[in-house]
Design a protein around this ligand. Structure first.
Ligand SMILES: [Mn+2]
Length: 372
């Protein structure tokens, strides 16, 4: 049994205000091609299909087209669970009859103990869930996500067919994983991480939630990561999906090529806008990290002439205002020195009331200074 493991499509996601639809469509096309090239028996999507519970109309159309392409046109069984970004009831629309076509879409705990058997493998599909849902389902007062998952797995094991391989598809934070900045943390509200030993009874665990495939370095418990880069922190991340063969016991990460990449340019301003500036596809998403310390007037607009999609500009060494010469300060009236200082610190000029107070105080100080 061979399948592709992908997750966290986040259809509708934006990157600093830019739509990622083209990138997401392109990544999907690559995933579909990989599924066909490698003659997989199924495609697994481990949650966060959409970026928002109320996905935009465009996103919903896109998601429907993608599922229809894989399942209806390519005749591939599809195993999908909902993630914390999906609205489970909305995503579940159509699920009862999709299943007749080999598109198994699970959004509640109801069927999580009943495996979907494809070839030599039993798939257990565990969507994202809250603790209260777990308590209701288990009839037990579980206090943590770890405990809830442990109890669910104990029950799943009761349905293990020992002649088959076993795969868990789930969406949670596995203990010891590393985060990236585009994820919404799940562990708030006492949900906590899920420990790894209890997952090791499966031959493979196909996880969603964390956005890089290297978030967890475990031989058979894996995040696929997102198909597209969703943050500057992922600029150097290789996106892709896992090709898993339960019969051969192998897994291979298949890389995807970004349509428009996210690139970090870290250099002096002059080098980025000078004659030897880096030549990038104008649609590349660029995060500029300036190493200069001086003030650069209108920096963003100048950068945009070379990199139209600058999504971020940071000053990695801070900004040092131009130093005032001491003699120049000595020649300046005290009120002007104070006004300039205030503007430097507060970022706004003194109000007229403040000016009056400052002038009065400075007047008094000067009078004291001049007094015999
Ligand atoms: Mn996600």
């Amino acid at each position: 049994m061979r399948f592709l493991h992908t997750a966290d499509w986040h259809l509708g996601k934006q990157l600093h205000g830019y739509s990622l639809v083209e990138e997401q469509e392109d990544a999907f096309n690559q995933i579909e091609q990989l599924a066909l090239q490698h003659h997989v028996d199924a495609v697994v999507v481990a949650g966060d299909i959409y970026d928002r519970g109320i996905a935009s109309e465009k996103s919903v159309q896109l998601g429907n087209q993608m599922f229809a392409r894989l399942n209806r046109d390519d005749h591939l069984p599809l195993l999908v669970v909902s993630g914390n970004h999906d609205s489970a009831p909305r995503l579940a629309t159509g699920a009862p009859w999709y299943a007749d076509q080999g598109f198994v879409l699970r959004t509640t705990l109801d069927d999580c103990l009943t495996p979907v058997t494809l070839g030599d493998t039993q798939f257990f599909l565990l969507p994202f869930f809250g603790l209260q849902a777990a308590r209701n389902f288990l009839g037990q007062p579980v206090k943590t996500m770890d405990e809830a998952v442990g109890q669910l797995i104990a029950r799943m094991r009761g349905n293990f067919d020992s002649t088959k391989h076993h795969v868990l598809v789930a969406h949670f934070f596995a203990s010891g994983s590393l985060r990236t900045e585009s994820e919404t943390p799940l562990e708030v509200g006492g949900l906590g991480p899920v420990s790894l030993p209890q997952l090791e009874c499966f031959d493979y665990v196909a996880l969603g939630h964390l956005h890089t495939h290297t978030a967890l370095r475990h031989p058979k418990i894996k995040y696929s990561g997102t198909p597209v880069k969703f943050s500057v922190g992922e600029a150097r991340d290789q996106k892709g999906c896992w090709l898993v063969d339960t019969t051969a016991g192998t897994r291979e990460f298949l890389p995807l090529t970004p349509l428009h990449d996210v690139v970090v340019l870290r250099d002096k301003f002059a080098a980025l806008v000078g004659p030897d500036h880096p030549h990038l596809d104008p649609e590349t998403f660029v995060a500029v990290q300036l190493t200069d310390k001086g003030i650069i007037p209108d920096a963003m607009n100048q950068l945009r002439q070379f990199y139209p999609r600058v999504i971020e500009m940071t000053r990695v060494n801070g900004v040092t205002p131009a130093p005032r010469k001491i003699k120049e300060v000595q020649r300046t009236a005290p009120l002007d020195v104070l006004t300039a200082y205030y503007e430097d610190v507060a970022g706004e000029p003194l109000s007229s009331v403040q000016q009056e107070i400052a002038a009065a105080v400075l007047g008094k100080v000067e009078a004291m200074h001049d007094a015999p």
